[in-house]
Write a protein that binds this ligand. Structure first.
Ligand code: PMP
Length: 318
């Protein structure tokens, strides 16, 4: 959880559950729930920002579409559509008592207590859908957005897509992320970067990665076992609009060390500069100039202070 202190988190008053709103404290499951035993959940992470136009959810539809796709990959039949999930998100933020927040849509294989099933076979277990919200500060620390973070290349390989599809944002994938994150923290780093099974750069435990080399942007392609990040997509579009060339291409580990600038992208991490990798200083060890420009432009779009590229509508009013 980065450097966030859980005791200071403000939680939403309501949780959206299967189409209605319930109290936060009622959003509970049985210990024999399928997802707890076998990791059978898919989820999302979304942010709602408070700007001069009130509270808006950033790229809500794209997140809910990714949720529905994650469920489809795992053969989870949904009774809710993308539109239903979007409406649920607006309802739960409105009822939260929070001006800005992080949203956690979660779909999982539950437990039918009248007809319990405890095996690996997920088909007998009911599908449960929730959206919880809370006020989550800066994932890698507030100062990280300006000063940057020190990271390592992980000794753990990113999951391969023929074992656990990286395209699905599934709970089970985050066991791999936890190995990467714990190793990084215990060795004194803020985050770890995993290589894919071919040895090319994949991504952080919860963020995509970009390199700036000679004024152009480079980021690993979807084939590098990455989650197709929505912040990644936003940054690619904003960078191109600003006139930067963006390459989605395989990157060697050593390219990280000699890059002029590096940064992470993610809903939780937003755009976080990387100041060192494996104790090798990146650029001059400070946030790079192109990173700063992209950070400011992207945050401005998120806060409704700058239009999205090509007249797209990326904000949903709460
Ligand atoms: N990769 C992983 C493994 C993640 O968990 C996340 C956060 N959802 C990302 C990348 C970034 O994706 P997004 O920009 O859609 O939040």
């Amino acid at each position: 959880m980065g450097s966030t202190d859980v005791s200071t988190l403000r939680i939403g008053q309501k949780v959206w559950k299967n189409g209605g709103l319930i109290d936060w404290s009622d959003a509970r499951v049985h210990v024999m729930t399928h997802a707890i035993n076998y990791g059978s959940s898919v989820f999302e992470g979304i942010r709602a920002y408070h700007g001069k136009n009130g509270t808006n959810i950033f790229r809500l539809r794209e997140h809910m579409l990714r949720l529905v796709h994650s469920a489809k990959i795992y053969r989870m039949p949904l009774t809710f559509t993308v539109d239903d999930f979007c409406k649920g998100a607006v309802d739960v933020v409105r009822a939260s008592g929070l001006e800005s927040c992080y949203l956690r849509p979660l779909v999982f294989r539950g437990l039918d207590e009248q007809k319990p099933a405890f095996g690996v076979n997920p088909f007998p277990n009911p599908i449960e859908s929730y959206i919880a919200v809370w006020d989550w500060g800066k994932y890698l620390g507030a100062e990280a957005l300006e000063a940057g973070v020190d990271v390592c290349v992980s000794s753990w390989t990113r999951i391969t897509s023929n074992s656990l599809p990286a395209m699905a944002k599934a709970g089970a994938n985050y066991m791999n992320s936890q190995l990467i994150k714990m190793e990084a923290i215990l060795n004194g780093f803020a985050e770890g970067i995993a290589l894919d099974d071919r040895g090319y750069v994949s991504e952080g435990s919860g963020e995509n990665i970009f390199a700036v080399i000679n004024g152009a942007l480079f980021t690993p392609p979807l084939g590098a076992s990455i989650l197709p990040g929505i912040t990644r997509d936003s940054v690619i579009q904003i960078a191109r609009e600003l006139g930067y060339v963006v390459h989605e291409t395989s990157l060697q580990r050593s390219a990280l060390y000699v890059a002029d600038e590096l940064f992470f992208t993610g809903t939780a991490a937003e755009i976080t500069p990387i100041r060192s990798v494996d104790r090798i200083e990146i650029g001059n060890g400070k946030r790079g100039e192109i990173t700063r420009i992209l950070q400011e432009a992207t945050l401005a779009v998120m806060h409704g202070e700058r239009p999205a590229p090509e007249g797209a509508n990326w904000l949903t009013k709460v």
